[in-house]
Design a protein around this ligand. Structure first.
Ligand SMILES: Cc1cc2nc3c(=O)[nH]c(=O)nc-3n(C[C@H](O)[C@H](O)[C@H](O)COP(=O)(O)OP(=O)(O)OC[C@H]3O[C@@H](n4cnc5c(N)ncnc54)[C@H](O)[C@@H]3O)c2cc1C
Length: 420
């Protein structure tokens, strides 16, 4: 029986483990964090919500994990854009289309719970990847109790996120080249408890574009919203400016008057943790021969401006599983096919995400000139958002079609739905 070692038990690592175990691999998953509350412990304050789209659900369905994720999520069939003077509610073009808002930790818990009961998968927590001997196919791990462990593998999966140790080891030995590009923005998370005076549509993603910066809120199952405040590194306002408590409240009250009262954890959120910078990370080679593959943020970290990182990572697992299933006796060819697809589509997803920044930040004329239609729901008119989330087009195909369908053009529903 072939043995796979997965580094990282985040959402993508858990899905990769299931995908490989379903193909008959004996899978060992090593996670550097301890187990906490039925999932890998999260870092303090990093409790973002993710928008999982039908693209991501398709990948989850391949291992039967889609329904449980949907059950733990809130369906979002519309977007509400809150300008200073008015709000615009837009619906995705087809009534059946929606994305699902789910806390990253809940998503991780669901996928971990499912994987841990798989007879072909064994998890070990508190074990951090330290070094890799790519020729002898051995990974050295540091355990939290100070002991060192060596694990052999036929296939090593790097699912250890944006600071991937597997990717670093590949880069250090010349097996890949990595680019880290700052997006010029940073973010922090806030919880919004809508005050009595403010009614927020629950089945929606909410965006407060302010021209160069924005707040975005995704619904939780408990009536609150998990928000991400994205500010530029240079310009106005910055997180440096928000470090001053007086300026902080003035800036937030002035720019987000409708939700300011509901942002109860503002001081704690800003003072208690450093805002994170948003980077794009690209590696030109995602595999090594027949024995190593990168998936998820370890393979490609994209800006969160189109809500696609986890969907791209889940799709990596689907494509890896398909490639290995198509060439069961030739993993080298399988990994080559996987990498050829994922480099192109990862690059395209990264570009599409950056292209959507203006639509979130409200820098484009189209989004800032709209009038109030709170009582009238209009279809979302962005080809890019709809094609990425609800069509079967690859990220690369969506990018290629943008010339024909600029970001804000009305979409042709029939073409999108029949896309392959
Ligand atoms: C603000 C923000 C908003 C986002 N919103 C969305 C969204 O709406 N929709 C969407 O699709 N995506 C979104 N994303 C992207 C999404 O969060 C990531 O793509 C996703 O979490 C990546 O999952 P992963 O499993 O690849 O990596 P991670 O979630 O980072 O998991 C990696 C795991 O590997 C472990 N690990 C790390 N190093 C080691 C080591 N050396 N040894 C062992 N284990 C290790 C870590 O502890 C962790 O458990 C957003 C990202 C951000 C920052």
């Amino acid at each position: 029986m072939r043995k796979a070692v997965v580094i990282g038990a985040g959402p993508v690592g858990c899905l990769a483990a299931q995908t490989l175990a379903d193909l008959g691999y004996a899978v060992e998953v090593y996670e550097k964090r301890p187990e906490y509350g039925g999932r890998p412990a999260a870092s303090v304050g990093r409790t973002i919500n993710l928008s999982v789209s039908p693209r991501g659900l398709r990948a989850l369905a391949a291992v039967g994990a889609d329904k449980e994720v949907v059950d733990s999520a809130v369906a979002m069939d519309r977007r509400v854009v809150h300008q200073l003077q008015a709000s615009v509610e837009t619906r995705y073009g087809d009534p059946s289309w929606c994305n699902y808002s789910v806390g990253r930790n809940d998503l991780n818990k669901t996928l971990y719970r499912q994987a841990r009961y798989h007879p072909g998968i064994r998890f070990e927590f508190g074990a951090s990847c330290h070094a890799i001997d790519f020729e002898r196919r051995r990974v050295v791990l540091d355990r939290s109790d100070g002991r060192r462990l060596t694990a052999g593998y036929d296939l090593l999966i790097g699912a250890d996120g944006t600071h991937s140790s597997v990717r670093s080891a590949m880069a250090q030995t010349g097996l890949t080249t990595v680019w880290r590009t700052p997006t010029g923005s940073g973010y922090t998370e806030l919880t919004l408890r809508p005050a009595d005076t403010l009614e927020l549509q629950r089945s929606a993603i909410h965006v407060w574009p302010r021209g160069g910066f924005f707040l975005v809120g995704l619904p939780n199952q408990d009536e609150t919203f998990r928000c991400t405040l994205v500010l530029p590194d240079v310009g106005e306002p910055t997180f440096t400016e928000l470090a001053d408590p007086v300026r902080r409240h003035a800036v937030m009250a002035e720019n987000f008057p409708d939700v300011y009262a509901g942002l109860g954890d503002l001081d704690r959120a800003i003072e208690g943790r450093r805002p994170a910078k948003i980077w794009t990370v690209r590696a030109d080679r995602l595999v090594y021969r027949s024995s190593v593959a990168l998936v998820g943020d370890a393979a490609h970290t994209i800006a969160p401006f189109l809500g696609q990182g986890i969907n791209l990572g889940f799709e990596d697992c689907l494509m890896l599983g398909r490639a290995l299933a198509a060439a069961p006796d030739d993993p080298k060819t399988a990994l080559f096919e996987y990498a050829a697809d994922r480099v192109v589509n990862g690059d395209a997803a990264a570009q599409l995400s950056m292209l959507n920044f203006d639509s979130l930040a409200g820098a484009s004329a189209a989004s800032s000139n709209r009038r109030t239609v709170r009582d009238r729901v209009v279809p979302i008119d962005s080809f890019m958002v709809t094609a990425v989330n609800f069509s079967q087009l690859t990220y690369g195909e969506v990018l290629n079609q943008l010339d024909a369908h600029p970001v804000e053009t009305p979409l042709e529903l029939i073409n999108i739905r029949s896309g392959t």
